[in-house]
Design a protein around this ligand. Sequence first.
Ligand code: CP3
Length: 340
Amino acid sequence: MKRKVLKVIDGETVFPPPIWMMRQAGRHLPEYRATRKNAGGFLDLCYSPDFAVEVTLQPIRRYGFDAAILFSDILVVPHVLGRDLRFEEGRGPLMTPITTQEINDLEINGAALKLEAVYETVRRLRKELPEETTLLGFCGAPWTVATYMIAGHGTPDQAPARLFAYQHPEAFEKLLMDLAEVSAEYLIRQYEAGADALQIFDSWSGVLDEDCFERFCIKPVRYIVDKVRAVHPEARIIGFPKGAGTLYTDYREKTGVNMLGLDWSVPYSFAKTLQKQGAVQGNLDPLRLVAGGKALDEGVDRILDNLGQGPLVFNLGHGITPQAPIDHVHQMINRIRSRG
Ligand code: CP3
């Protein structure tokens, strides 16, 4: 049996399209909030296979999505590289900003092995998930992960990382390639543990000029894709270069990812062009899910009307927000599935 999301990644049209949501396991679910309380900290959730399996399965049980995404975070990679990482309620991730000297001293050998708890989570998930549910592994793209390592926290336009890259080009390039190396190994191990496909989150690619986009986004992601495919030529990889605009075309061609995750600012006409070159995933504005009602129905219909005749995985254009009501998620799913 070939799982629906994998059919779409391979270029088949499946209608109604398979559905999942970025950040589907998380704070919009009361059962997630309860498990998180029991686990202690957020990282305890990520590093405990018992808890991580449970929260990965929660949205599948509740909504019957076509794909589950491994519960972890993109910042576990810098964490196993020895960077401190804290998650404070309401403040997002906090790290100590990395210096050029610390970049030169980074030791990448064996780092991916320290994420054994994540691979164990993947192995257990593949056994516990329904047969027809696709299991997605993931990592952050080197640029996006680097932005948090340099600033030490989230920022609106990643000015600290952009400036650092101009001022310390050599150290910055080393950082990106070190992250690419560890991330590739991390994805290979997730794949070998049973992930059906792998998504690379390039959430901050939209703040770069064309030259930097090429060097900081495309180049290290190309390296990861090549390295994974050198071991597993058939591996299916989804790229999500949020905010890439017209550079989405280059991103697929030059990195070799199989499917493109589209953010909600991508116009339908351009999305259709991208879809002629391969599968697309997206791209509902997460705030339509918060609003519900007509705004939600119209958003869903437009995506189905414009992209439903080609290879599409229905998703949001970015992660679900904690305030999105559960009823609205049901409304979205019912609307999509009733179009069959
Ligand atoms: O359901 C899933 O999507 C799987 C798990 C997942 C998480 N983070 C759990 C999480 C995934 C795939 C991620 C990816 C991630 N993490 C990205 C890329 C995707 C994106 O949203 O752009 C980024 C940039 C991060 C870094 C990160 N982790 C931030 C900025 C934050 C704080 C913002 C927030 O939503 O709270 C986190 C914390 C985080 N990661 C939470 C969850 C469920 C919330 C933590 C909590 O429970 O308090």
